[in-house]
Design a protein around this ligand. Structure first.
Ligand code: SF4
Length: 441
């Protein structure tokens, strides 16, 4: 991918946001506050049309109050693009560091701890540049750490990593600080759990137990306080039964195997709790779990604890998760025939966008335009059953066809442009791409 070395002139993605609680390890937070940070990301990931369109929307709505979708009106096809979608701050930061590292270190062995971000194209591009993956996305070792030497470079992905792995790399003599792409919004979760722990609360992490970010957060939280992961409201309800004394304490260790910190004592460690989240969870689930656990804690007597039993803090979802989910909810107010969500199939934030769309209308989750075989057939991913399925006749026989479109925070805009172009090609009488582009200049 020789184009991979070409950089876009300016990162045009809208990374400004109205949130202010961003304690980080370096000066990135200042840049975020300014809302002006742009990154050098390979130009092949950009889309000229989407870049101009995002820029225009940003200029017209500096405070990000307008979440209505943008209509791309091709005549017989109308595409409604979500107000916010695509590469987030942390992803662009990680991609910039990764490609810069490749450029600056010819001849050096460069490893990635695991997938850089959950997008197959970006990971494949990095592999094509000679980057080797040490682990798969679930932590299975692909290359032994024993093969590493102090001369090697190891990139830590945007999700962050566990303290054990960090220690292992340091012992080998590998400098991780310079090549650490951990997103500042993930670090914010670690800082929040540390603050909760300092006030003697145990930590409940709402997240996917096998997800890289949740494994990293669990590791950072568990050194400070007893910690348990709950995947969803069902698991939160089961945990509550132990809090209320309705379940046999011994069963906890089987039911939550692999999800609690060493030495966790179910009879002592749930007298005072605080909740943090994986940054990409569904906002409504996160709120429901925090509200539910708070209520349980307030209603349950805790004989050994006379102080506040629940640490009242805001959720730790990141700005991109909030923006993208709010934009999808607003987009769903538009009457449409179907929705298409573009992104990596193992991407947590993308699957939640799919979940929101599915509640309202027929939704197709695809990784790129290549999954749209023809006007008749699309191959889409069912993230509930974790399999791809073919759907025939996915476009209604009417005009105009109205499609809602969005993508996850790790999906290049170029892929979204590819999907739009593929759809437009099925409508020969459509307005041309150039005409549309002129409208958004
Ligand atoms: S989704 Fe949020 S936490 Fe994850 S990399 Fe992007 S900005 Fe950071």
């Amino acid at each position: 991918m020789t184009e991979g070395k070409k950089k876009s002139e300016a990162g045009s993605t809208d990374h400004s946001h109205p949130y202010s609680l961003i304690p980080t390890r370096h000066s990135l937070h200042l840049v975020i506050f300014a809302g002006m940070k742009s990154f050098d990301v390979p130009i092949i990931y950009r889309s000229p049309l989407i870049t101009s369109l995002k820029k225009k929307r940003k200029e017209m709505d500096k405070m990000k109050k307008d979440f209505t979708p943008t209509l791309l009106d091709f005549g017989p096809l109308q595409v409604f693009l979500a107000r916010h979608f695509g590469f987030c701050y942390g992803v662009e930061n990680a991609i910039e560091i990764a490609f810069r590292t490749i450029e600056e270190n010819p001849g050096k062995r460069i490893f990635l701890l695991s997938e850089m971000i959950h997008n197959p194209q970006v990971n494949a591009d990095l592999e094509a540049h000679g980057v080797l993956f040490l682990q798969d996305t679930y932590g299975k070792q692909l290359i032994s750490f024993d093969e590493l030497t102090a001369d090697d470079i190891v990139l830590i992905p945007a999700f962050g990593t566990t303290l054990d792995i960090q220690k292992r790399l340091t012992e080998i003599g590998i400098q991780t600080e310079k090549y650490n792409t951990t997103c500042p919004f993930v670090e914010k979760v670690w800082n929040r759990s540390e603050a909760i722990a300092k006030n003697d609360y145990s930590i409940i992490i709402h997240g996917k137990p096998k997800h890289e970010e949740t494994r990293a957060t669990f590791s950072h939280a568990a050194v400070n306080a007893p910690t348990v992961i709950v995947k969803d409201i069902r698991e939160a309800r089961e945990l509550a039964k132990y809090i209320k004394g309705e379940k046999n304490p011994a069963d906890f260790y089987v039911e939550f195997e692999g999800q609690f910190s060493p030495g966790f004592d179910i009879t002592r460690h749930l007298q005072r709790i605080g909740v943090v989240n994986q940054t990409t969870m569904l906002a409504s689930d996160t709120q429901a779990i925090a509200d539910y656990l708070k209520q349980v804690m307030m209603e349950t007597p805790h004989p050994d604890n006379t102080e506040e039993p629940f640490a009242d803090t805001r959720d730790t979802l990141c700005y991109a998760t909030n923006d993208n989910q709010t934009a999808v909810s607003a987009m769903l107010q538009t009457a449409a025939d179907l929705a298409i969500v573009v992104g990596g199939y193992n991407s947590s934030n993308t699957s939640h966008l799919v979940e929101l769309c599915e509640e309202k209308l027929q939704t197709f989750f695809i990784s790129s335009e290549e999954k749209i075989f023809s006007k008749e057939e699309i191959l889409h991913y069912n993230f509930h059953t974790k399999e791809e399925r073919s759907a025939r006749g996915f476009l209604p026989r009417k005009e105009p066809v109205r499609i809602l479109l969005t993508s996850g925070a790790s999906c290049p805009d170029a892929l979204v442009e590819g999907v739009i172009k593929k759809l437009v090609s099925f409508f020969p009488t459509s307005k041309s791409w150039q005409q549309l582009q002129a409208e958004f200049r």
